[in-house]
Design a protein around this ligand. Structure first.
Ligand code: SF4
Length: 220
């Protein structure tokens, strides 16, 4: 959150400088308060994100991929970042990743694809599908918190170690934590494996199946 406050303060100062100011007595932000004055509803958050340039990822994206799905879903899936295919098509979790996620939702959890909500830690594509940087995650995470606050899901499924880390501020190997049911504020977080990782390492699918069965029992 602190990085976000610094980014917003810098943005404000650059704007003033561009307008001819050489001096300002504006107060620096209270580090305990969020400066990102995010609008309340999902629709207004979506609109605000479309024009967001708060981090470097605004340079590599062609689209801001905010989130997709049911705005009163019981379950939200959170990945790391949109991939190249998502950025090109404008569809989150597209291509083979999306096919696997669809199977997880409809064939294992046995619920319709349009009953869940999908999003990522950051809303913009990192060039060459590179790993997201902590400063990018910290800057963007307020959008995710507000999405969760609006949707009020029972369960948030963190897809992979990085998504879990940035969502909960808990850095732990996914092999040690996957499938654990964690109370996190007003909702439950269940970490499991990243879908791109599963496509490359299909032997891990058995763990994801176990995690999904646990999630299925929580949804009852
Ligand atoms: S990744 Fe998030 S914080 Fe960065 S530009 Fe996109 S919407 Fe803004």
């Amino acid at each position: 959150m602190k990085n976000l406050q610094i980014a917003l303060t810098l943005k404000q100062l650059y704007k003033m400088k561009a307008n001819g100011y050489k001096y300002t007595n504006i107060k620096l932000p209270d580090s305990n308060k969020s400066l990102l004055n995010l609008a309340g509803s999902l629709e207004s958050l979506f609109a605000q994100a479309q024009d967001c340039h708060l981090c470097e990822l605004s340079k590599s994206r062609t689209k801001v991929l905010f989130g997709d799905g049911n705005s009163s879903a019981d379950i939200i899936f959170v990945g790391n970042a949109p991939n190249a295919s998502d950025d090109a098509t404008g569809k989150l979790f597209s291509g083979r990743v999306g096919e696997m996620l669809d199977n997880m939702i409809t064939k294992v959890l046995n619920i319709p694809r349009n009953s869940v909500y999908l999003t990522n830690i950051v809303k913009c594509y990192p060039a060459q599908n590179r790993a997201i940087l902590p400063i990018e995650a910290d800057t963007c995470i307020s959008y995710l918190h507000m999405q969760i606050e609006n949707i009020k899901p029972k369960i948030v499924v963190a897809l992979g170690e990085e998504a879990y880390k940035y969502l909960t501020n808990n850095d732990i190997e996914i092999m040690k934590i996957h499938g654990t049911v964690i109370n996190h504020g007003g909702y439950i977080v269940v970490p499991t494996f990243d879908i791109s990782f599963l496509l490359k390492n299909p032997s891990y699918k058995k763990y994801v199946l176990e995690d999904l069965m646990k999630i299925k029992s929580l949804l009852k």
